[in-house]
Ligand binder design. Structure first.
Ligand code: C2E
Ligand code: MG
Ligand code: MG
Length: 563
C-alpha cells in the first residue's frame, strides 16, 4: 500500500450541512468538524449547487426540510433524478414526525430529530449511514452488470434464492429473453447502437421485475433472465418488451424470443438448471418465426434427455468406432458421361441402443457445447486416410470435402491440426476440400474471414456450403475467400417446375462464373434438374439422383467399378 492510499484512506469524508438557521448549522458543525470536512448551505438552491459541484466527493448530506427558496423535499427529488447524485445518502433534519416518514419514502436514508440529541448519538448515526452506503457502493459495483445495471448471473441467482427463502410457497417462473440475430445489429449499426438496444430491453425487463415482484439479471451478451411469480401467459409480456424497443428503434425490427420454465416447487432443481430449461425453450423457437414465446414442456424435456444422452455418449462412441463416415459422390457433368470427381464426407452415428443417428440430430447440439471438434477431427482423419487408400489401392486421386463447423474456426490451432492430419495420412492439402457453411461468413467478423484465408493459403480448397439458404447476401460473395460455391438444395427444389426458380438459379450460376469460382449443385434428385443444370453450365452435381451417401465399403466398390 503506497502513501497515496494511506492519505486517501485517512482523509476526512466530506459532509454537507443544509439548514436555513445559522444556529443549527453551528451546532451540527461543532459536533462534526473534528471528524469530517464540513460544507454548509443555507437553503435548498445553494445546497443543490454544492451537491452538483462536489458530486461523489460528498459522503453525506444532512438536510433540513423547511427552508426558503427550495425545500428539502425538492433537493431530494433533484438528487433522485440524477443517477450520479442518487447514491449520496441524505439524513433529514426535522421536528415534524410526519415529515420524517415522508422523507424516508422519498429516498432519505435516515432522520435526525430536532432539537438535537446528545452529540454522540448524532455522530454515531452519521458514521453508520456513511459506512452503510460505502459498503453498498462496493457491493453494487461487483453485483451489477455495467452496461445494463442488472444483476450479473451469480448475484442474480443469489437474490433469487433469497426470494425463495422469504416466499417458499410462491410458484415461480424462470424466464429467459434473447434477441434474435443480435450480432447482426452490432454489425450493421455498430456496437454502440447494439448496446443501446440491450439497455432498452434491460430496462423493460427490470420494470417488469419490479411490477411482478421478482428479480432481473443479465446472463451473457443478449441473454436476460427474469425470476417472477408464475404468470398465466407471456404474450403480453412479450408485446411489452418489443413495444419498448420499437419505441426507441422503430426501424430495426428487433425480434425478442422468450423461454419459460415454471417450477413445480421451489426446491425441484438448482436455479441454474431451471434457467437452462428456460433457455432450451427459448432456443427451440430460434428458427420458428411464428412463435416468440416457448414453454419448457414434456416434448422439450424428452428432447433434452435425448440430447443429454448424446452428449454423455459421444466420447465413448468415438473410441468404440460407432461413428461412420459415409461418402456421397459428386459428379462432373461437363462431358457426355458424368464422372465422379470428388466426394463429400458425411458423418453417421450407429448407436448400439438408439440406432442410426443422422447428423441433423447432433451437429447443432455439439456446436452449442463445443464438442463438435471431436466429431469433425474424427471425420477429417478418416477422410484423409481414405483418400490415401484410394491413391494406393485404386491408383486414383479423389479429393474429399469435409464439413468444417463455424465453431472449429474459433480454434486457433485449426490450421495446424488440419495440416497434421494431411501430413500423417501422407496426402496434400489439395486433396481435402473444406466445406464452410454460409452462415459462418454471415456471422463474421473479420477474424473468421482471416482464418478461412489462412486455410486457403495453406493449400486447402474452400467451398462455401449451403449458399442460398438462410440469409444470403450477394455482397458476401465478393468479400469472402472461397474457390467453390455450393448451391443449397432449396435453390434446386422447383427448377423443373417453375420459371422464376429457374431464372434465379441461372443468375446465381452467372454470378459464380463472373467471380471465376466453380459451382456445385447440391440436393439434385430429378433427371430434369440435371438437364437444366447442364444447360446452365453448372459443372458439378451432388444428389440422390446420382447417389446417396453410402458407407465407405460401398463407395469403394463404386470406385473399383470405375477403374
Ligand atoms: P450438408 O453439408 O449441406 O450436406 C448435405 C446434406 O444433404 C446431407 O445430409 C446429404 O445426405 C443430403 N443430401 C444430399 N443429396 C440429397 C438429395 O438429393 N436430396 C436430399 N433430400 N438430401 C440430400 P446429412 O448427411 O444428413 O447432413 C446434414 C448436415 O449435417 C450437412 O449438411 C452438414 O451441415 C452436417 N454434417 C454432416 N456431417 C458433418 C460432419 O462431419 N461435421 C460437421 N460439422 N457437420 C456435418
Ligand atoms: Mg456440406
Ligand atoms: Mg450443404
Amino acid at each position: 500500500m503506497g502513501e497515496d492510499f494511506i492519505y486517501h484512506y485517512r482523509k476526512k469524508r466530506m459532509v454537507l450541512v443544509v439548514d436555513d438557521e445559522e444556529i443549527n448549522r453551528e451546532i451540527l458543525g461543532g459536533i462534526l468538524e473534528d471528524h469530517y470536512e464540513v460544507q454548509y448551505a443555507s437553503d435548498g438552491e445553494e445546497a443543490l449547487e454544492i451537491i452538483k459541484e462536489k458530486g461523489n466527493l460528498l459522503s453525506l448530506v444532512l438536510l433540513d426540510i423547511m427552508m426558503p427558496k427550495m425545500d428539502g423535499f425538492e433537493v431530494i427529488k433533484n438528487m433522485q433524478m440524477d443517477p450520479a447524485l442518487r447514491p449520496i445518502p441524505v439524513i433529514v433534519l426535522t421536528s415534524d414526525e410526519e415529515l420524517e416518514i415522508d422523507s424516508l419514502k422519498k429516498g432519505a436514508a435516515d432522520f435526525i430529530k430536532k432539537p438535537y440529541d446528545v452529540p454522540e448519538k448524532i455522530l454515531a448515526r452519521v458514521k453508520r449511514i456513511i459506512a452503510l452506503f460505502e459498503d453498498r457502493l462496493i457491493i453494487q459495483l461487483t453485483e451489477k452488470d455495467e452496461l445494463t445495471n442488472l444483476y450479473d448471473r451469480s448475484y442474480f441467482y443469489e437474490y433469487a434464492l433469497l426470494q425463495n427463502r422469504f416466499n417458499p410457497d410462491e410458484k415461480m417462473d424462470a424466464v429467459v429473453f434473447n434477441i434474435s440475430h443480435f450480432h447482426m445489429f452490432n454489425e450493421i449499426y455498430g456496437m454502440e447502437e447494439g448496446d443501446k438496444i440491450l439497455q432498452v430491453l434491460a430496462k423493460s425487463i427490470e420494470d417488469m421485475a419490479e411490477r411482478f415482484g421478482g428479480i432481473a439479471g443479465r446472463s451473457v451478451a443478449d441473454i436476460f433472465m427474469l425470476y417472477i411469480p408464475s404468470q398465466k401467459e407471456y404474450d403480453s409480456i412479450h408485446r411489452e418488451v418489443e413495444d419498448a424497443i420499437e419505441r426507441e428503434f422503430p426501424v430495426h425490427h428487433v425480434r425478442v424470443r422468450i423461454g419459460v420454465y415454471t417450477r413445480p416447487d421451489n426446491n425441484d432443481d438448482k436455479l441454474s438448471i431451471c434457467f437452462d430449461r428456460a433457455k432450451t425453450a427459448c432456443n427451440s423457437i430460434r428458427e420458428n418465426y411464428n412463435k416468440d414465446v416457448a414453454y419448457f414442456d414434456d416434448e422439450l424435456r424428452e428432447k433434452q434427455i435425448y440430447a443429454e444422452r448424446l452428449i454423455h455418449d459421444i466420447r465413448s462412441a468415438i473410441s468404440k468406432n460407432q461413428l461412420k463416415v459415409y461418402f456421397q459422390s459428386k459428379y462432373d457433368v461437363t462431358g457426355d458421361i458424368p464422372v465422379i470427381t470428388s466426394a463429400e464426407a458425411l458423418v453417421r452415428w450407429i448407436h448400439p441402443e438408439l440406432g442410426m443417428i443422422s447428423p441433423g440430430s447432433f451437429i447443432t447440439l455439439f456446436e452449442e457445447n463445443g464438442l463438435i471438434h471431436l466429431v469433425d477431427e474424427f471425420v477429417w482423419k478418416e477422410s484423409a486416410e481414405r483418400v490415401k487408400r484410394w491413391k494406393e489401392e485404386f491408383g486414383i486421386t479423389l479429393p474429399v470435402s469435409v464439413n468444417v463447423s463455424r465453431i472449429d474456426l474459433h480454434d486457433p490451432q485449426i490450421k495446424e491440426k488440419l495440416l497434421k492430419i494431411v501430413k500423417d495420412a501422407g496426402i496434400t492439402p489439395e486433396d481435402i476440400y473444406l466445406e464452410i457453411t454460409e452462415s459462418v461468413y454471415e456471422e463474421d467478423t473479420d477474424q473468421m474471414v482471416e482464418v478461412v484465408m489462412e486455410l486457403k493459403k495453406a493449400g486447402f480448397v474452400i467451398e462455401m456450403d449451403d449458399f442460398g439458404s438462410g440469409y444470403s447476401s450477394l455482397n458476401m460473395l465478393t468479400t469472402m475467400p472461397f474457390d467453390i460455391l455450393k448451391l443449397d438444395m432449396s435453390l434446386m427444389k422447383d427448377i423443373h417446375k417453375d420459371e422464376r426458380s429457374r431464372r434465379m438459379l441461372e443468375l446465381i450460376i452467372e454470378i459464380a462464373k463472373f467471380l471465376k469460382v466453380k459451382v456445385v449443385a447440391e440436393g439434385v434428385e430429378e433427371k430434369q434438374q440435371v438437364e437444366i443444370l447442364k444447360k446452365f453450365n453448372a459443372q458439378v452435381i451432388q444428389g440422390y439422383y446420382f447417389s446417396r451417401p453410402v458407407p465407405p465399403e460401398e463407395f469403394e466398390a463404386l470406385l473399383k467399378n470405375k477403374r
